[in-house]
Design a protein around this ligand. Structure first.
Ligand code: BGC
Length: 418
């Protein structure tokens, strides 16, 4: 921060020197894709914390759920030698960026603040490259949720399906009563998000891990995977014709407004219910995606910092990292975002029933060995592999009548791409 000095000379008082703050606060540019109502409210919390610390927040928001667009723009910026101070990058991609040698070391903050004690080990490991923290985790999202409009279920006389076998009966009643069973946005990442929940619900956590994390060829060719594709394909009949290209938050709005009965989406959807003033247990319900009650697909948002030439920006990165893990931020951000705090020592009494359920289920799944990383949200496998698999899944979903035999082969082939 620079001070402009001016001299004011007034008669016998002589000259007084006084300073005024010039508008030269250090810019901290942060790339993210938090642009929906709930997401933007959450991001605004970080902006205001940084401003209270004397920095200027330079918002680098790139719309597009799931973050594909943001990652494309980021690559261009880094290649041209002009990376932002921080960017929303997750999971195995942190290692890929680390290997490029462009990430900043956050150890100075992490050591002082004892992040190793504050974070679950599974989370801390993902944030480190070569033993050093290069990213700061923001939250824990659960992906295998189903968002329910209870009034629509009641009007249709349908029961909330607890398994994929029960799903068609509920969908039939909902359709007959004039509602859309499943709110969906036809974008590749949303198709993949639904698909991973179907795989988890049909096959269970061990199968999910074999197929979607270990990429085991036998699992990918198995009858269980065949059945998952059959169930997934059957959902084409449960979505409306306007689904192509619809954004995820517009699909959530269909559940909020009572046009549709259900949405399969991570708990950033809850941010939209909250933003609309809706209460869980009254206006909407959060239940595990069919068949996945005892499992938890996790998706952890994190901010990665890029090396900078300006020492003031480096200082700002440290301030940002420290703010993200502060209890105050963990609370306000996650209340708006729909996720739960990543710190294990937080009091959740101000959080709603869905968040508390998420925290309980996270612990239970960790104990039971059913805590699995989301493939659709870049937690499970390298980005190139996930992208190739997502292409296969989305092509299948958008080609009614596509052969299941064929798609099994194609998915298994895509899983070999690194
Ligand atoms: C991110 C969330 C975001 C969602 C929708 C996910 O991949 O982890 O933070 O809200 O995409 O854009």
């Amino acid at each position: 921060m620079k001070f402009k000095m001016r001299a004011l000379c007034a008669g016998a008082l002589g000259c007084l020197l006084f300073g005024s703050v010039a508008a030269h606060a250090t810019n901290i540019e942060v790339l993210h894709w938090w642009t929906s109502g709930g997401e933007a409210k959450a991001a605004a919390q970080l902006k205001s914390i940084m401003e209270s610390k004397g920095y200027t927040w330079k918002d680098f928001a790139v719309a597009g759920g799931g973050g594909e667009n943001a990652m494309t723009v980021l690559k261009t910026r880094v290649v041209s030698g002009d990376p932002p101070a921080a960017a929303q990058i997750k999971g195995p991609s942190i290692q890929e960026w680390g290997a490029e040698g462009v990430l900043a070391d956050l150890s100075p903050v992490a050591n002082v603040e004892k992040w190793d004690r504050m974070l679950p080990e599974v989370v801390a490991d993902v944030m480190k490259y070569d033993g050093h923290y290069v990213a700061v985790p923001v939250n824990v999202h659960r992906v295998n949720w189903m968002w329910i409009n209870p009034a629509v279920f009641k009007a249709a006389g349908a029961d909330v399906p607890r398994t994929w076998d029960e799903f068609p009966e509920a969908a039939k009643k909902i359709r007959a009563a004039g509602y859309i069973p499943l709110a969906h946005g036809g974008q590749p990442w949303q198709d993949f998000t639904v698909f991973e929940s179907v795989v988890l619900g049909v096959g269970g956590a061990d199968f999910y891990r074999q197929a979607m994390v270990k990429l085991d060829q036998k699992a990918l060719h198995s009858d269980t995977m065949r059945h998952a594709f059959e169930v997934f394909g059957s959902l084409r009949a449960d979505i409306d014709p306007d689904a192509p290209n619809r954004d995820w938050n517009q699909a959530t709005a269909m559940v909020i407004n009572g046009k549709a009965a259900m949405q399969l989406m991570g708990d950033w959807a809850k941010g939209e219910f909250t933003q609309a003033g809706k209460m869980p247990g009254k206006d909407y319900e959060c239940v595990a995606a069919p068949g996945s009650q005892n499992a938890f697909t996790f998706n952890i948002d994190s901010l990665v910092m890029f090396q900078q030439n300006d020492a003031n920006v480096t200082k700002g990165q440290h301030a940002l990292a420290s703010a993200v893990l502060s209890p105050a931020f963990q609370k306000v951000f996650n209340l708006a975002k729909g996720s739960i705090p990543v710190r294990t020592d937080m009091d959740l009494s101000d959080f709603d029933a869905c968040a508390r359920k998420s925290a309980r289920d996270f612990q239970a799944a960790a104990k039971a060995g059913t805590l699995v990383p989301s493939i659709a949200h870049q937690m499970a496998v390298p980005a190139a592999t996930a992208g190739a698999m997502q292409d296969v899944v989305t092509q299948f979903f958008n080609a009614p009548g596509a052969s299941v035999d064929n798609v099994l082969d194609r998915l298994a082939q895509a899983a070999r791409i690194q």
